[in-house]
Every structure is written in C-alpha cells, then in structure tokens.
Design a binder for this molecule. Structure first.
Ligand code: GDP
Ligand code: MG
Length: 170
C-alpha cells in the first residue's frame, strides 16, 4: 500500500479568508496575490511522513459554495479533521466562526473530529481581531488555535501537523 493512514481533512470558513491559498501553500508551496476564487481547487492530496508512518491526506476545499453557505452534509461526512479559517483583518469573518461551528455540529458524522481554528492573514498591517480573542474562542470551544499567513508561510505546515498529531493521538 502507498500509505499507512488515510485522513480526510476539510477546510471551511467565509469566502475570501484564504482557504484555497492555505491549501496551495501547504501542498505546492505557492501563493497567488490575486488568487481567483473560480480557480480554487476543490480537492488535493498530500503525503506526509509522521512518526515513521506514511500518511495520505485527502484535503477538501470548496469551489466557492461557501459564498452561499450551502456546503452539504457529504462535504462534512467522515472528516477526521476540520480546519476553520477566519481572516484576522476582517472582523465579520471572525463573527461568522459561530455559524461554521454550528454547521459542523449539524453535519459532521464524526463526533471525534479534530477542530483547528485558524487566524489567517497575520501578515497584514491592519488587524481587526487580536490573537487573544481567537485563542479565547478556541479554548472555550475545545478547538486548537494557530495564526497563519499563506503569504509568508507562517504557521501553515504546523497547522496541518498539529491536526494530524491530534488525530493520531485520539
Ligand atoms: P478563499 O475564498 O477562502 O478560498 O480565499 P482565497 O484563498 O481565494 O484568498 C482570497 C484572497 O486573499 C486572495 O487574494 C489571496 O491572495 C489573499 N490571501 C490569502 N491568504 C492570505 C494571507 O495569508 N495574507 C495575505 N496578505 N493575503 C492572503
Ligand atoms: Mg477558495
């Protein structure tokens, strides 16, 4: 077999927060300043070597459906890890985290799914959400938390590694 474990991870959050950019950085180490939402990938695979095991990650992205908040239950089904992203330079995207969390509760069939809250675009000068606010929300809701920038690479690899470690330990 080509791998020891196959994990389904999905990435959710408001349109424009950088979901596709995070996946593009993690999988191909690329970044597009003008990432067109229509070009957004909807599925990627990535192999990772962790603790001597070969992992295959199936990474599910939206092709813009999140704009209409119409992700279906099949998108969520069976995911072991869920990466919930907001843009810390756009306050409204942080306020909508609750909406996405409710969607996970409604549709995720896996009670043990690991949730990681991601504050993306920390490279931008005008921040509308503090690190402490993100951390507090994550802590109060039993999620992990990390600050990232798909542009500078900050936290990107670590975000996926931490989710994978937690899945392996659960
Ligand atoms: P999605 O709709 O959530 O998939 O968001 P996209 O990945 O399409 O990104 C939306 C816009 O934000 C694009 O113009 C990206 O180049 C930009 N972007 C994404 N991540 C970052 C980041 O970490 N820093 C900065 N400065 N821009 C980003
Ligand atoms: Mg996208």
């Amino acid at each position: 077999s080509t791998h020891d474990h196959l994990f389904k991870l999905l990435i959710i959050g408001d349109s424009g927060v950088g979901k596709s950019s995070i996946l593009l950085r993690f999988c191909d180490d690329e970044f597009n300043e003008k990432q067109a939402s229509t070009i957004g990938v909807d599925f990627k695979t990535k192999f990772m070597q962790v603790r001597g095991k070969k992992l295959k990650l199936a990474l599910w992205d939206t092709a813009g459906q999140e704009r209409f908040r119409t992700l279906t239950s099949s998108y969520y089904r069976g995911a072991q890890g869920i990466i919930l992203v907001y843009d810390c330079s756009q306050r409204s995207t942080f306020e909508h985290v609750k909406f996405w969390q409710d969607e996970v509760r409604k549709y995720s069939t896996n009670q043990d799914a690991i949730l990681m809250l991601v504050a993306n675009k920390v490279d931008l000068p005008d921040q509308q959400v503090t690190r402490e606010e993100g951390e507090e929300f994550a802590f109060a809701n039993s999620m992990m938390f990390i600050e990232t920038s798909a542009k500078t690479r900050q936290g990107i690899k670590q975000a996926f590694e931490e989710v994978v470690f937690k899945i392996l330990d659960t």
